[in-house]
Structures are given as C-alpha cells and as structure tokens.
Design a binder for this molecule. Structure first.
Ligand code: FCB
Length: 448
C-alpha cells in the first residue's frame, strides 16, 4: 500500500469553455473560442463548445458525482465574458450568480473550490482591441480579478491566475492551432509577456484584498530529455527547455528571461517584444503555490535547420495515448525534483494530469478504461516517489472530471474519468478510472 501525506488533496479539473455550453445565455459575451470555433475548418468535425457538456444547466448533477467520487477539491475556471461581457466595464450579475450557485453547491458537498481566472476564453471585445498583445488587456484582467476576489474571496480558498501561458501564447499565436489563431512569433512573445505581467498584477491585487486564501499560477511543464548524450543534443535540450518551461518559470521565480534563448530572439528581431522597467519585479511577486500540468515528456535532438535548434523526436517501443503523447510517468518525478531543487519550496499542486483514450460503453453499460487506470496508477506512484524524495507536493487534480471539448480536437478526444454520452442526452457514467480515484481518495493511498 502506498500512502499519501495526511493533508494531501485529491481533485479533478475542468475549464469553462470545455464543459459549460450556454455560450450565449444569461448575458454572456462572446469569447475568442466562440469566434474561433464558429469559423469552419478550425476544429475537428467543426465541433464547438456551444453546448459542450451542458454543465451550465447540469452542475448540480455534476457536483453530486464529484461527491460520489469523494473529491476533496474541484478545479474549474471562470468564463471572463460571463462576468464582463465586454471584458471590462459593466458587470453581468447573472454570470456571477451562476458561479455563486456552483460554489455553493460545492461547499455544501464539502468540496473545496479552486478557481482558475483565465482558462483561455478571452472576451472577443478585448481581442478586437488586440487581445493579449495589447498591454491594456493585463490591466483589464486585473480589474476582472479584483471583481472576482471581492465577490468570491470568502468562498473560494484557492485561486489560479492563469492556465498554461505557454499554450495561450505559442499554440494560439505562433502555431495558430488555438484561438485567436495567429502565426506570428513576435505577437506570441508579446502575448506571453503580457500574460505573465497580468499574473503578477493579479497576485498583488490578491494580497491587497486581504483574502485568506492561496494564489498561484498553473504552468504546463514537460521535462525535456536529449535524444543522445552528444553535446549537440544537450544544447537542443537546453533550448527546448528554455522555450517550453523556463520562459515561464524563470520570470515567475527568478525575475528574468532565459538568456540564451533571449539572445537568439534578439538576433532575429531588433526588439523581440515590449517590456517596461519593473515588469519582471511585478511578475515575480511571491506566490503561495505552483500549479503544474503534466502529461508527457519531450525528447529532442539538435537540428540546425530549426529556428530554435531543436526538433522533438518520438521514441520507439513506448506507449502513446490517443493524443499521441508518450506515457512517461518518470518524467513527472524528474520534473517535480527539478522544481524543488531549482525553483520553489512552496507547495506544488499537480493541477492537471490524465490521458485521452478511445473509451466505449461496454455491454454491461460500464466504461472499462483500463489504460487510463494504469496511466493514473503509474503517475500516482511517480508523484509519491517525488514526495518521498522531499518534494512539497500538496495535491493532485485529474484532467478531467468529465469528457469534454478538447480544443482543436473537439469531442474526438476523451480525457474524462466520467464518460459523457453525447449522443444519448449527455448521460454521465463513472468510468473505472473514477472508481479508482474513489478508492484512492478513500484510502488516501494506492493498493499496489
Ligand atoms: C491542457 C489544458 C486542458 C486540456 C488538457 C488536455 O493543455 O489546460 O484544458 O485541454 O491540456
């Protein structure tokens, strides 16, 4: 039996656009994801989040299921355009009411709410003014954060400013696969900086609000390994790590950007992005915890023809999930040890970990997601190893509570521990992985 520390928190995570639906109800404004999904060709099968899991109308049933699983905590995100349809200015009371009802329900069920302020659904009205490339958006984000602290400060004890600024900036503005769909490297760098800036501003506001809770940020991190031990591959590893991980970790914890990568950008563009004096001090304000999303590792080799000198390679003879992401639990241990050594002794939460598989309803009406069960068990063990080695790991949220709209992949990829039968009135079925989690939570440990 593997035991977890006494106060360890078990949870599951979701995000507003991926589950809520009700995209134009009760005064909600348009988000960049509404705009992006409504343009044909951006998403598999032209799926949209218009209805998603209809969680907006079914949240009571969903909280019931969380209770059945026994969750200590639930991580969800707030749709900024529900609160401020135009991104700033007039508050939409019905948006606030929705989250009040949800939080109420959670508290009554004894589940600790953890709210992400930004999980990618920027009000379209702000995108029309340049979105995150516009420094003013950081100011508006801070105003929105203050409204949320004021309304929910005594109800929500854990706050995450941003989810995965790397994905927001790079996948949305460099690779063009996510909203708003640009492919402009300098735009992407500016967006990354402004996101981080807004994080720091919202941390300051949190402190000023005097709320008795925790504030942090969630970064998607993947431990990077060189393909071989050659000097070149080591260099490739260094660049990839700087691009994926340190570009966000270093400003938040060390008030600086990675130098080698910065000079590479500077060689390419005179001024890669606009930054004002004092920004890094704002960005690096103390946080109460670090949230990390871990799915897989990266293996890279040196490639001169690549702008950043590295290329990712896919190892053979290993397992991949439906996302084509390698199953590599050791990477979670390595990552946690590294964070503990190089970045922070503050509590770390795994704010997302999980896997997509092609789940089916079996003849017995159940969903036997054996592969996800194995994936989770192996990652729980990897987390436990890090704890034993001294990492201050405080909790673990599974991605995701339920199958949902998986961004560019639409409903094709299922990450849930609860199955959503989209074809059959959105019936919810607890998968075997949900039962595993139920058992793990009950024992605060794992049988093997
Ligand atoms: C992360 C996102 C989350 C989900 C998982 C699979 O990048 O934060 O919304 O899509 O990946």
């Amino acid at each position: 039996m593997i035991k977890f520390p006494e106060k360890f928190e078990w949870g599951a995570a979701t995000a507003s656009y991926q589950i809520e639906g009700a995209y134009n109800e009760d005064g909600k404004g348009e988000s960049i994801w509404d705009r992006f999904t409504h343009q044909k060709g951006n998403i598999s099968n032209n799926d949209t989040g218009d209805l998603a899991c209809d969680h907006y109308h079914r949240f009571k049933e969903d909280v019931e299921l969380m209770k059945e699983i026994g969750l200590d905590t639930y991580r969800f995100s707030i749709a900024w355009p529900r609160i401020l349809p135009a991104g700033k200015g007039k508050i939409n009371q019905r948006g606030i009411d929705f989250y009040k009802s949800l939080v109420d329900e959670l508290l009554q069920a004894g589940i600790k709410p953890a709210a992400t302020l930004y999980h990618w659904d920027l009000p379209q009205k702000l995108q029309d003014k340049g979105g995150w490339e516009n420094r003013d958006t950081a100011k508006y984000f801070n105003e929105y954060a203050r409204i949320m602290y004021k309304e929910f400060g005594d109800l929500i004890p854990r706050w995450i400013t941003h989810n995965e600024p790397m994905v927001v900036s790079m996948v949305g503005n460099l690779w063009g696969e996510h909203a708003p769909g640009f492919t402009d490297p300098q735009k992407a760098l500016q967006v990354a900086h402004n996101l981080l800036l807004s994080h720091g501003m919202a941390v300051k506001s949190f402190r000023e609000s005097g709320i008795d809770g925790q504030v942090g940020i969630t970064l998607n991190l993947n431990h990077v390994y060189p393909k071989t031990n050659s000097k070149e591959d080591q260099l490739a590893k260094d660049y990839c790590d700087a691009f994926n991980n340190r570009w966000f970790l270093d400003p938040v914890f060390k008030a600086k950007y990675p130098e080698k990568l910065m000079s590479l950008y500077q060689n390419e563009y005179d001024n890669p992005f606009e930054m004002e004096k004092g920004d890094l001090e704002i960005i690096s304000r103390d946080i109460d915890f670090l949230g990390i999303n871990y799915y897989s590792r990266a293996v890279v080799e040196y490639d001169e023809s690549e702008k950043l000198n590295f290329k990712t390679v896919k190892p053979d003879g290993v397992e991949y999930t439906e996302m084509d992401w390698e199953v590599y639990p050791e990477g979670l241990t390595d990552l946690l040890l590294r964070l503990n050594k190089e970045y922070t002794k503050a509590p770390i939460f795994i704010t997302e970990n999980g896997a997509a598989y092609d789940d089916q309803i079996a003849e017995d009406g159940q969903v036997h997601d054996k592969k996800r069960v194995e994936y989770l068990e192996e990652h729980f063990k990897a987390a436990k190893q890090a704890i034993e080695a001294g990492v201050n790991l405080a909790g673990y949220y599974i991605w995701s509570l339920m199958d949902n709209f998986e961004w560019a992949y639409g409903y094709d990829k299922r990450f849930g521990i609860i199955f959503i039968d989209y074809e059959n009135e959105q019936t919810r079925i607890l998968k075997d992985s949900a039962k595993l989690l139920q058992d793990v939570i009950a024992k605060n440990g794992l049988d093997k």
